[in-house]
Every structure is written in structure tokens, then in C-alpha cells.
Design a protein around this ligand. Structure first.
Ligand code: HEC
Ligand SMILES: [Cu+2]
Length: 382
């Protein structure tokens, strides 16, 4: 239909292959967020996802094996039919032969009575008998394989249902159109919220309590655990755990509107000491503006942004958008749509509707002076 399409498809395929190969060869995927959508088939980063990955490979191998077996049997069957046809053309059976065959078939019919095969076995020829036996053996093999698959699925379900030991940390995650709020109450008593970036300590099972503020979303960080739906008015739980430090990308996997694809998040796993430093910093309120420009920027923020955004330590307590108290400490903004640089922050503020059309943040028109000062203040929200 449209000529450029195969080219796109080929380019996309080449890119995917290159990414997968690069990922496998350089095992440096964990320095950056996992880049390929299929990377979870190659890497699992913790005990809540490893059994799922092994099950995935096992079922894939089983499916490939079944396809190969069926193709082989079909090929043999076609050859057999052709040979039988050739034979019956050459060989006209004598009446005695036919009589013997009928006697054999009748005996077979008696033996088979009560058999669930449903075949008209009263007239079964030796060929039919052979076919029945093959079907029986095939059914038995399939039953054993499917039962094995069922057992391993139940085992994986049981293994990932609960963490091996009780979680010491719970992160309350609320899904919004089209971003994620992560609220922490740490054992040390700190409590704060951040957006689209969930930090966890390595080697610790972390409980995720999932809720939705609007409609049904689904939380999925493939390298760390399976998917769980976020449903309004209901708290769903799952757990994640990372074996080593790293950054893993997650994605909303329940279609939730036009910006569903731009509803990503990252899980940053760090050693317990670094995690404690991070929570210590996040729990602090925003620092007071240090100079005149930042001070003016904070005023612009109170006038234009505070209805929707909270910055702890200021009068801004809006709850419609992400908490921006430590905005500049995050890697990405707008649920993964942009890298978090000073320039991108200003671009987002002016052109939110171009970057994420339909997003619940309007593009905001500022004079160059206002934008510059607001940017200077946002830079201080480390
Ligand atoms: C009508 C409510 C509303 C107003 C007003 C508003 N925002 Fe937002 N803002 C949002 C929402 C909702 C999001 C999340 C959008 C998304 O990711 O889909 C957001 C996202 C952001 C983000 C990205 C945060 C992150 O971590 O992803 C920044 C930065 C931001 N807003 C800054 C501002 C600034 C600065 C102003 C004022 C000039 C402002 N916003 C005004 C609702 C608002
Ligand atoms: Cu969603």
C-alpha cells in the first residue's frame, strides 16, 4: 500500500536487533534504563521477575518444539498418503485378503467398544488402528506436556506472589493521567512524594501499594516484576526487588488514553547507604531562593503553577500535578517524555500540549524574563 512502510519496518527491526545485541554483548544495560521493550526476556534483575523469565523461555521452547513436531509429522503423513495411494493403484487385493481384513476389523471393533475415540471402529482397518494408536500416544504426550506447563506456571505464581521475607519499605504509587506519584513513609519517619522515579534499596523486597486517581492503569517494570493493575478505589499490592544497583524502566500497560504511551517511570535501585542519602534529601523541604532571580522565579511559580503543584517549604500545595520539591534531582520529566535538563523544563512549561497533547498540564505563556527567573528557581530544586 504505502511504499515507505517496509523501509520503516526494516529500520525498526534492525534497531531492535542492534539494541538487543548491544545489550547482550556489553551487559552495560544497567548503567542506563533497559532500552529494548523485549529486554525483560533477556534480563531479570530480581527474585520477583527471574522465575517469570525462566517460565517465558520454557513455554517458548515448548511451543517451538510442538510446532517442529507437528510440521515433521505432517510432512511424514503427506509422504505416507502418497505412498499408500501409489500402492493401491498397483495392488488389487484378492477377495481372501478383503475377508481377512474385515475379520481383523471386527475383532478390533469388539476390543475397542467403550473406547471414547468415537471412531467407527467396527470397520477399522489396520491403517485406522495404527492411526488410533498414534492419536492415543499424541494425546498422552500432549497431556503430560500441558500438565507440566500448568504445574510450572502454578509454581511461578506461588514464587512471585509474596516476597521471601517481609518488606521493610512500602512505596505507595498512585497512577494519574498520565504520570505516577510515588509516596514514601520511610521507617525513619520521613514522608514525601516524588513523581515517575521510584528509588529502592538493593537486596530488599519493596512493597508497592498501587492505586489510581482516575481510571484503570497498570504498573509494569518488566525487569523487576510482573504487571499489576491500578484501579480507582482499590489498593492492589505487588513487590519488587533488585539484586544489583541499576535503573529499570517501567510503563503503564493498560490503555488509559492518548498519552498512555508517555506514561513511563523508572525504578532506581541503589545500595542502602545511597538510598538513605536519597530519602534524607527528598524529605527536606525546598531550599529558600538564594538570589533575586530565583526569588522572582518563586513568585512566578506561586502565581502561575501553585494551584496544581506542591513545593514543600513554600505556599504551593496543589495536588493535580507532580510534587516538584526536588524536581531537579530527577532524571526525566513528564513521565519519561523528556530528559530533565534546564532547557527541557522550560520547553515543557511552554509547550506541554505539543510534547504531550491532551496532557492535564496546559502550556503556559511567560515573558522571557519570567521564564528565565522561573527556570533559575526550578534549577535550585535539587
Ligand atoms: C492545571 C494544572 C497545572 C498547572 C497550572 C501547571 N501544571 Fe505542571 N503539571 C501538571 C500535570 C497534570 C503534570 C503531569 C503531566 C504529565 O506528565 O502528563 C505536570 C507536570 C509538570 C512538570 C514535570 C514534572 C515531572 O517530574 O514529570 C513540570 C516541571 C511542571 N509541570 C512545571 C509547571 C510549572 C513551572 C508551572 C507553572 C508555570 C506548571 N507546571 C503549571 C499540571 C499543571
Ligand atoms: Cu496509564
Amino acid at each position: 500500500m504505502s511504499p515507505p512502510r517496509p523501509v520503516h519496518a526494516r529500520a525498526a527491526r534492525r534497531l531492535l536487533v542492534a539494541q538487543v545485541i548491544g545489550c547482550v554483548a556489553a551487559s552495560e544495560c544497567h548503567a542506563e534504563a533497559t532500552p529494548t521493550p523485549l529486554a525483560y526476556f533477556l534480563h531479570s534483575a530480581g527474585p520477583a521477575s527471574a522465575p517469570v523469565r525462566l517460565l517465558g523461555w520454557g513455554l517458548a521452547a515448548l511451543c517451538v518444539g510442538v510446532c517442529v513436531a507437528i510440521a515433521t509429522l505432517l510432512a511424514l503423513a503427506f509422504r505416507g498418503t502418497r505412498e499408500a495411494a501409489d500402492l493401491s493403484l498397483q495392488n488389487d487385493a484378492t477377495p481372501e485378503d478383503k475377508e481377512a481384513e474385515a475379520r481383523g476389523a471386527a475383532a478390533e471393533g469388539r476390543a475397542n467398544r467403550g473406547n471414547a475415540s468415537g471412531n467407527d471402529s467396527g470397520t477399522a482397518s489396520p491403517t485406522d488402528r495404527r492411526a488410533n494408536r498414534i492419536v492415543g500416544i499424541g494425546t498422552a504426550i500432549s497431556t503430560v506436556l500441558l500438565f507440566g506447563a500448568l504445574l510450572s506456571m502454578l509454581r511461578v505464581l506461588a514464587a512471585v506472589a509474596d516476597p521471601p521475607r517481609a518488606s521493610t519499605l512500602t512505596v505507595h504509587v498512585t497512577a494519574y493521567d498520565w504520570w505516577w506519584k510515588a509516596s514514601y513513609s520511610t521507617p525513619s519517619g520521613a514522608s514525601f512524594a516524588t513523581a515517575n522515579e521510584i528509588h529502592i534499596p538493593t537486596g530488599e523486597p519493596v512493597q508497592i501499594e498501587l492505586e489510581s486517581a482516575d481510571l484503570i492503569h497498570a504498573f509494569w517494570v518488566p525487569a523487576l516484576a510482573g504487571k499489576t493493575q491500578a484501579i480507582p478505589g482499590q489498593v492492589n499490592r505487588q513487590w519488587i526487588e533488585a539484586d544489583q544497583p541499576g535503573i529499570w524502566r517501567g510503563q503503564c500497560t493498560q490503555f488509559c488514553g492518548p498519552q498512555h504511551a508517555h506514561m513511563a517511570l523508572e525504578v532506581v535501585a541503589e545500595p542502602p547507604a545511597a538510598f538513605a542519602r536519597w530519602t534524607g534529601n527528598q524529605a527536606r523541604p525546598a531550599a529558600a531562593p538564594g538570589n533575586a532571580a530565583a526569588q522572582h522565579g518563586a513568585q512566578v511559580f506561586m502565581a502561575r503553577c501553585s494551584a496544581c503543584h506542591t513545593v514543600r517549604g513554600t505556599d504551593a500545595t496543589g495536588a493535580q500535578g507532580p510534587d516538584l520539591t526536588h524536581l531537579a534531582s530527577r532524571r526525566l520529566i513528564a513521565a519519561g517524555a523528556l530528559a530533565n535538563t534546564s532547557a527541557n523544563r522550560l520547553d515543557w512549561i511552554a509547550h506541554a500540549q505539543r510534547i504531550k497533547p491532551g496532557s492535564l498540564m496546559p502550556g503556559i505563556v511567560l515573558t522571557p524574563a519570567e521564564a528565565g527567573d522561573l527556570g533559575a528557581w526550578l534549577d535550585t530544586l535539587q
